[in-house]
Design a protein around this ligand. Structure first.
Ligand SMILES: Cc1cc2nc3c(=O)[nH]c(=O)nc-3n(C[C@H](O)[C@H](O)[C@H](O)COP(=O)(O)OP(=O)(O)OC[C@H]3O[C@@H](n4cnc5c(N)ncnc54)[C@H](O)[C@@H]3O)c2cc1C
Length: 423
């Protein structure tokens, strides 16, 4: 294993990077076989550490920094090698587990995230607590080696297929609200959990209500100490914010591994098929202006250029945040800034599409504007300002944590949660 510690980065960084490049190239030469079954390939990625090179060596990684990890990515891309599984398990659960879970739980949970065997959902929001997430009232009570969970979650994306839920539950009602919350890895396939899909105004049903009636979770599935789940929740939220969904990607699978990965991605994307429309589809703005014969209209040109500049700046912020995380720095306010930028882009793009399509933009179905895509954009973009924390809440975060503005008045801080008045 090549050690790329910070002391190597300034002087002699290039030789170290060259070593990493040669090492991964040699490993790929002996191991990458495009006809290998996807699961078997991902097991090799997990065991070798090359799938998640910035993770610790004893947790399926190689302990490399972001620059070296990029070199690994380049080499993988050069031979067309498939990467580890993606999705909310990798984006949200894995970083939280890496930062907060005990070692044995990390070993148990991280490997199937890399291989894609286990997907995750986020059991945070409740009917009475979304923005005020710390006001949640799903309860977990200790019963021997297990906790018994009762309550209701809502808006839970992907709950129907998830193997695990990132569960926030109240384990202590005698302390202020942020202090009595615990974070569990909840096995979803059990009798105490009922998942009911919710139909959205765009016709899709990607999120669900989740009813928990004496559901059980082992004590050793606590991610972080009991009563200290809020810190882990903040890690998940910070990773959720600012990671926008762009235009759908099309890949041409070559070989069995890539074909199976494409099929897996397609299955996963069923839940998220409308997410590119939720982001406003800024990629369609210029082609739509041309198709509508408005590409020479100075007002339209100005609007397209404005949208493009918003998008590029937001992408740089996301990249800066990703680099910073990959280098081991904790997520900062750029998550909230990117989240706000994403909402702004979605709304701006939706308005431009409405302007270009006119009344036709309201029609859905195969003979409407872009086969109904414009109509779907118009009824999906409002979600961008809500999911992962509303715009108002992001502004509060930026105001209080980055700009040093006075904190929002709170009627319940310092009070044991059981004494807090709530509906
Ligand atoms: C597409 C989508 C997917 C989602 N997926 C998940 C998921 O997988 N798991 C999950 O747990 N949740 C999920 N959510 C839920 C999401 O996190 C919540 O909807 C969000 O946090 C807002 O909570 P709420 O809906 O209860 O609104 P509320 O908190 O009731 O807010 C209502 C309005 O009041 C405003 N408001 C509230 N508090 C303040 C304040 N302090 N200052 C100023 N304004 C305020 C809000 O901005 C909003 O406009 C998803 C939501 C969407 C849209």
């Amino acid at each position: 294993m090549v050690d790329v510690g910070s002391e190597h980065r300034v002087e002699g960084a290039q030789p170290v990077l060259d070593d990493v490049r040669l090492e991964v190239r040699e490993w790929l030469r002996t191991n990458w076989d495009p006809e290998r079954p996807l699961r078997a390939w991902r097991e090799l990625l997990a065991d070798s550490g090359w799938g998640c090179p910035t993770w610790p060596v004893d947790l399926y990684g190689r302990g490399l920094d972001a620059t070296a990890a990029r070199v690994v990515g380049e080499e993988m891309a050069a031979v067309g090698a498939v990467g580890p599984a993606s999705g909310s398990a990798m984006r949200l659960a894995a970083p939280t587990i890496l930062a907060h879970a005990p070692f044995q739980l990390q070993r148990r949970l991280l490997r199937p995230i890399i291989t894609g065997e286990e997907t995750w959902c986020q059991l945070f929001s409740e009917p009475g607590s979304g923005s005020d997430l710390a006001g949640l009232s799903t309860r977990a009570e200790r019963d021997g080696d297990e906790w018994v969970v009762t309550g209701q979650k809502v808006w839970t994306t992907g709950a129907r297929t998830a193997a695990f839920g990132m569960l926030l539950a109240r384990t202590d009602w005698g302390v202020p609200k942020h202090r009595g919350i615990s974070y569990f890895a909840l096995p979803m396939a059990q009798p105490g959990i009922e998942v009911r899909p919710l139909r959205q105004m765009n016709g899709h049903a990607s999120f669900n209500e989740v009813f928990l009636t004496e559901a059980r979770v082992p004590h050793d599935h606590a991610v972080g100490a009991i009563g200290e789940g809020w810190a882990a929740a903040l890690t998940t939220l910070a990773h959720e914010r600012g990671l926008g969904q762009g235009a759908p990607r099309s890949t041409i699978p070559a070989g069995r591994t890539a074909r199976e990965a494409a099929a897996e991605a397609e299955e996963y994307a069923r839940t998220y098929v409308w997410y590119p429309q939720r982001a406003g589809r800024p990629d369609l703005a210029a082609p739509q202006a041309q198709a509508a014969g408005r590409a020479d209209d100075p007002i339209v040109r100005q609007a397209v250029a404005h949208l493009e500049s918003l998008e590029r700046t937001a992408r740089w912020t996301v990249r800066r945040a990703a680099e910073s995380r990959a280098n081991g720095r904790p997520p900062g306010p750029e998550g909230s800034v990117s989240k706000l930028a994403g909402s702004d882009i979605a709304r701006t793009s939706g308005r431009l599409h409405a302007q270009l399509a006119g009344a036709h933009g309201m029609l859905s179905g195969s003979d409407s504007s872009l086969g109904g895509v414009i109509a779907e954009i118009l009824v999906s973009t409002p979600a961008a300002s809500i999911a992962g924390g509303t715009d108002e809440v992001q502004r509060n975060i930026v105001g209080e944590r980055s700009l040093g503005l006075p904190k929002e008045p709170s009627a319940d801080s310092g009070i044991p949660y059981r004494d807090v008045r709530r509906n």
